[in-house]
Write a protein that binds this ligand. Structure first.
Ligand code: APR
Length: 282
């Protein structure tokens, strides 16, 4: 064997080999990257799936283009479409999926190095993943503020407005500031939280990367899998192949429903009973 042949970390590109990698103790710092695909099983539509995705179902809001609903300049002119959508998306009546629970199991076993999520549904917190291990790269509904003066807006008033699909205005009152209030979700044309930039280097320390339920269409998040060091396995759990996943020697593609793929990995790890028990507890 010539010495420049890349030596694969996994004995083969399979979930069984990934499970061995974890059980061998070689995968102690696992980074996980997630998108809307891990919450569709919770009843929250994703964005780009052809029939069921949010962007295919915004026609009733007659937007100039689907993404306008999360576009700051558009919101400033017309925040109503966002608040019609927010009523459907607002956290509180959704249950974490098996995929969320598996990530919380990794944390319980001291194997979760960091979770980077694009989701705004707060289901990672609901699944019991410690908040210090979560980077909500696109923000979340957890807090909100005036888009003009940045003054925070009370949670209870926000909940009331969202439940009636009404647009809340700055808490300082119309004589002081009449800006619209927006949840701290990262809209297009807005910067990601600094935490994303502070923590993204952790991907470079990972010894295993799991990518679940994302089309990897939106940067800079979509660039995260490229920070994984050579020789570190990257496992994709997604309906279809996305990004550069599958192109490296240690990439594993588990295409199909992510909960199904995760259950297969849990089975290979001998964690099935624990996973189901944790999920039923929630
Ligand atoms: N199992 C596996 N994959 C799934 C499942 C499922 N149950 N459901 C959906 N998917 C896949 C889809 O096939 C798609 O590849 O998940 C991916 C979801 O992609 P998007 O809808 O583009 O969602 P996401 O990648 O999270 O979007 C990124 O775009 O609109 C912005 O800010 C928004 O955070 C969002 C960002």
């Amino acid at each position: 064997v010539s010495d420049d042949t890349p030596t694969e970390t996994l004995r083969e590109r399979s979930l069984a080999a990934v499970a061995e990698h974890i059980k061998s103790g070689k995968a102690r710092r696992i980074v996980v990257m997630t998108g809307a695909g891990i919450s569709t099983a919770a009843g929250i539509p994703d964005f780009r799936s052809p029939e069921t995705g949010l962007y295919a179902n915004l026609a009733k809001l007659n937007l100039p283009r689907p993404e306008a609903v999360f576009d700051l300049p558009f919101f400033r002119t017309n925040p109503k479409p966002f608040y019609v959508l927010a009523k459907d998306l607002y956290p509180g009546n959704f249950h974490p999926t098996v995929s969320h629970v598996f990530i919380s199991l990794l944390a319980k076993k001291g194997l979760l190095h960091q979770l980077f999520t694009q989701n705004i549904d707060c289901l990672e917190r609901a699944a019991g993943i410690p908040s210090e291990l979560i980077v909500e790269a696109h923000g979340s509904f957890a807090t909100q503020r005036c888009i003009e003066c940045r003054t925070p807006y009370p949670d209870d008033l926000m909940r009331e407005h969202v439940s009636r699909a009404q647009v809340p205005r700055c808490i300082r009152g119309p004589t002081e500031c009449d800006g619209f209030v927006k949840p701290d979700i990262v809209f297009f044309h807005e910067a990601l939280p600094t935490l994303f930039y502070d923590r993204k280097d952790l991907v470079d320390h990972a010894d295993l990367a799991l990518v679940l339920g994302t089309s990897l269409q939106v940067h800079p998040f979509a660039g995260l899998p490229e920070y994984v060091r050579e020789g570190v396995p990257r496992v994709l759990f997604n309906m279809e192949r996305v990004g550069s996943l599958g192109s490296l020697a240690d990439d594993v593609l588990e295409l199909g429903d992510c909960d199904g793929g995760i259950r297969k990995l849990a089975d290979e790890l001998g964690w099935s009973d624990e996973l189901e028990a944790e999920w039923r507890k929630l």
